[in-house]
Design a protein around this ligand. Structure first.
Ligand SMILES: *Cc1c(COP(=O)(O)O)cnc(C)c1O
Length: 395
């Protein structure tokens, strides 16, 4: 082996997702790490058991943490993101909220982007406040202006880019530089981009979180979250994860690992189809604006181009003013686009978005606002479906 020439290039993302997080030699040669179902783990002697109680044994102690299906997923995602280590939790929401609890204490202040995922906002407002942690919101487009919002006790700055529903692209590096200068940590909800299209730790992020429910799962049949920490933040994250007992199950991690294998090809197809449909939509007279940072000329495109390696299939469309009933007729008659929350699966979805909660910024499109998730169908069929929808809209 040693006289073989070393490969010259760093493996590309498609190669990484194919090979990371599995070691067939440890599992009878099975290509994918199998599902390990175990609670009790047996010790072969009293000495071994007592060593494990003293934290001196490296072997598995209990099924709540450390099962191979779980640790393989965690290792793969940590490597993809460029972080130190990762933790798997039972939902994306658990991934956004656990680090906020782990990294703050009573008397601390947290700054949260006004474009944050709604349930994360609710956790901040209803739960963090109960523990004496103060929360305030900032304009997602604030950039280095975040300096004006920092307080002496600001412990965490929470970002989500692009923002939920409204897709503002944040200047992550500029915000991170200011946060760090003030001694605060930077948390990023990186669900939209996935680690393949935005490597959070290359941009100054301290903790990146993902709803693996979306593209990592990819098939609308899995709920899972991933938390990736830096070397400095990981011990606190791991402590709370252990103390609360919120490890993801091996079954769910198996599905996430299986999804990971095709993530690169699926994302490429989601992006290509979404771009085609976004370009088609932009030319329609019924459309006022397409809100998709990957679309040249769209809001946030320059920053997206600077920082992201790609996009996904999720974006927004602002229609010209139209009666609510016509919009409902447009959506109700669609054949391929289905109505449903969440996204990232193989099927196309569409939703009317009637309101987005805001604290310090305004977000009020002039006309009806639709969120589209472009799935893996033939894009010509999706365009045909939307064209039929526009006919009903105008009828
Ligand atoms: C969906 C989503 C979550 C929550 O994920 P769940 O697995 O549904 O709990 C968190 N953040 C963002 C940006 C999301 O889109």
């Amino acid at each position: 082996m040693s006289d073989q020439p070393k490969p010259k290039r760093k493996p590309g993302p498609a190669t990484e997702v194919t090979h990371l997080g599995r070691e067939p030699g440890r599992h009878l040669g099975a290509i994918n790490t199998p599902v390990y179902r175990a609670s009790t783990i047996l010790f072969d002697s009293v000495a071994h058991y007592e060593a494990s109680q003293r934290g001196e044994s490296t072997s598995l102690v209990y099924g709540l943490r450390g099962l191979p299906t779980v640790t393989d997923l965690q290792a793969a995602v940590a490597t993809l993101e460029g972080g130190y280590a990762a933790l798997a939790v039972p939902s994306g929401l658990a991934a956004t909220t656990l680090p906020l609890l782990a990294l703050t204490s009573a008397g601390d202040h947290v700054l949260v982007t006004d474009s944050v995922y709604g349930p994360t906002r609710r956790f901040c407002d209803k739960q963090l406040s109960r523990f004496g942690v103060e929360v305030s919101y900032y304009d997602p487009l604030i950039g280095s202006g975040i300096a004006g919002a920092m307080r002496p006790n600001t412990r965490v700055v929470f970002l989500e880019s692009p923002g939920s529903l409204s897709f503002e692209v944040q200047d992550v590096a500029a915000i991170a530089a200011v946060a760090h200068a003030h001694g605060a940590l930077v948390l990023l909800d990186n669900t939209w981009a996935t680690p393949l299209h935005f490597r959070a730790f290359d941009h100054g992020v301290d903790v990146a979180v993902h709803a693996g429910t979306k593209y990592l799962g990819g098939h609308s049949d899995l709920l899972i979250g991933l938390i990736v920490g830096s070397e400095a933040t990981f011990p606190s994250l791991h402590r709370l994860w252990t103390d609360i007992g919120v490890a993801a199950s091996s079954d769910d991690c198996f599905l996430a690992l299986r999804g990971l294998r095709t993530l690169a090809v699926r994302l490429a197809r989601h992006q290509a189809s979404a771009l085609r449909i976004a370009e088609w939509l932009r030319e329609r007279q019924e459309v006022a604006e397409v809100v998709y940072p990957a679309l040249p000329g769209a809001r946030g495109h320059a920053l997206w181009k600077r920082d992201f390696a790609g996009a996904c299939g999720l974006f927004g469309v602002i229609l010209r003013p139209a009666p609510k009933a016509r919009v409902a007729a447009m959506l109700d008659g669609l054949r391929w686009f289905k109505l449903g929350v969440s996204w990232g699966g193989f099927e196309s979805l569409i939703l009317p978005i009637n309101d987005a909660v805001r604290s310090v910024t305004r977000w009020s499109p002039e006309g009806p606002y639709l969120r589209l998730h472009v799935g893996l169908e033939d894009p010509d069929d999706l365009i045909d479906d939307l064209a039929g929808g526009f006919a009903r809209l105008g009828a």
